[in-house]
Design a protein around this ligand. Structure first.
Ligand code: GDP
Ligand code: MG
Length: 202
């Protein structure tokens, strides 16, 4: 398996409308923020290349075009994803419930093939917080996801979240590669993937 192909990761953003999905992507990829609701992106996904340890990793980050408002986001959107960022708004109870529904669906459809990051977004509105930090962190842990406190507005936690997710995906791919090598009896020589340290938050 070529290391080049191996390092192309698809990440999808999921969550209720208006929680800040598009804002998180634009903050991460273009370091930009807009106070208005951003209904669509120019493209269906944005690319970003990041350095994870010695590896250069290409992320294709897929944002919705607002279909979540019509409950019209199906498996076609998230299939083949290596990772998902599940965004909720810390001031909105329903949005946290929605994230839990997404986790159930993703785990049912993709099992543990997908790495999950939960973003409790809009932490700049801390005084209006409804979802407790510990509650969210405990929930994330219970479903094998990482939790991050983010503000796309103030540029907090966004970079760390995407970076950590990229690390987790890379670590998982390297484990899969080793397992595949063992089960077939074939040694896969891919220096770039061997003996990689596991994700930053494990
Ligand atoms: P999406 O529908 O989930 O893609 O949400 P958007 O990215 O379009 O954002 C919805 C609204 O929330 C917009 O008015 C954004 O400016 C605002 N927003 C996004 N992120 C933050 C944040 O971190 N803090 C605050 N206060 N507002 C945010
Ligand atoms: Mg959007």
């Amino acid at each position: 398996m070529s290391s080049k192909l191996h390092n192309q990761f698809k990440i999808v953003l999921l969550g209720e409308g208006c929680v800040g999905k598009t804002s998180c992507v634009l903050r991460y990829v273009q370091n930009d923020f807009n106070n208005r609701h951003l209904s669509t992106l120019q493209a269906s996904f944005l690319r970003k290349t990041v350095q994870v340890g010695n590896e250069s990793v290409n992320l294709a980050i897929w944002d919705t075009a607002g279909q979540e408002r019509f409950h019209a986001l199906g498996p076609i959107y998230y299939r083949d994803s290596d990772g998902a960022v599940l965004v909720y708004d810390i001031t909105d109870e329903d949005s946290f419930q929605k994230v839990q529904n997404w986790v159930k669906e993703l785990r049912k459809m993709l099992g543990n093939d997908i790495c999950l990051a939960l973003a409790g977004n809009k932490i700049d509105l801390e005084n209006k917080r409804i979802i407790g930090k510990h509650q969210a962190e405990n929930y994330a842990r219970s479903v094998g996801a990482k939790h991050f406190n983010t503000s796309a507005k103030q540029n907090k936690g966004i970079e760390e979240m995407f970076h950590c997710l990229a690390e987790d995906i890379l670590a998982k791919k390297s484990r899969d590669l080793k397992t595949a090598g063992r089960s077939t009896g074939i040694s896969i020589i891919d220096d770039s993937q061997v003996e990689k340290k596991s994700g930053c938050c494990q």
